[in-house]
Design a protein around this ligand. Structure first.
Ligand code: AMP
Length: 144
């Protein structure tokens, strides 16, 4: 089954176009990164390419190469900003692979010993809580 075409009405495309808000932690020419609104862990960040790709299956390899360097930079900043013990990186492709929003993104999840991940798309977090984590991570990225 071929990968379906990119659908510009997806929610992350709207965030990238500035039509919907986000708690932005980082932006450059390649990437936008913001807080997941239904976090599986405190400080859960999503890292997206600005260029249009549905998921890893149709992404331009050159963009993927650039994007993974941003994932690394953000993972290092998240770990340091939130004094995490480790980081889990997740990335889903197509509905059968667990993907819900069809613009390529990586999940950066800070982890602490003994703390389990919460369910995928579980509970909507309060904006002020998201903004608190966002500010800490953005500050760590600026200082990097
Ligand atoms: P998936 O496509 O399976 O990686 O899941 C999409 C992820 O996006 C989930 O973790 C959602 O909590 C998250 N999400 C959905 N809508 C928004 C939004 N408007 N802002 C931030 N995160 C979102």
């Amino acid at each position: 089954m071929p990968t379906p075409a990119y659908d510009e009405t997806n929610i992350f495309a709207k965030i990238l176009r500035g039509e919907l808000p986000c708690h932005k932690v980082y932006e450059d020419d390649v990437t936008l990164a913001f807080m997941d609104i239904m976090p599986r862990a405190d400080g859960h960040v999503l890292v997206l390419p600005k260029s249009l790709a549905r998921n890893i299956l149709d992404a331009d390899p050159g963009i993927l190469g650039l994007l993974i360097t941003r994932v690394q930079k953000i993972a290092v900043a998240v770990k340091s900003a939130l004094a995490a013990d480790g980081i889990t990186i997740l990335q889903y492709n197509e509905p059968a692979g667990g993907q819900i929003v069809f613009h390529l993104h990586f999940h950066v999840l800070p982890r602490w010993k003994g703390v389990q991940l919460r369910p995928h798309t579980g509970v909507l977090e309060k904006p002020e809580v998201l903004e608190g984590f966002c500010q800490k991570i953005a500050a760590a990225l600026k200082a990097a």
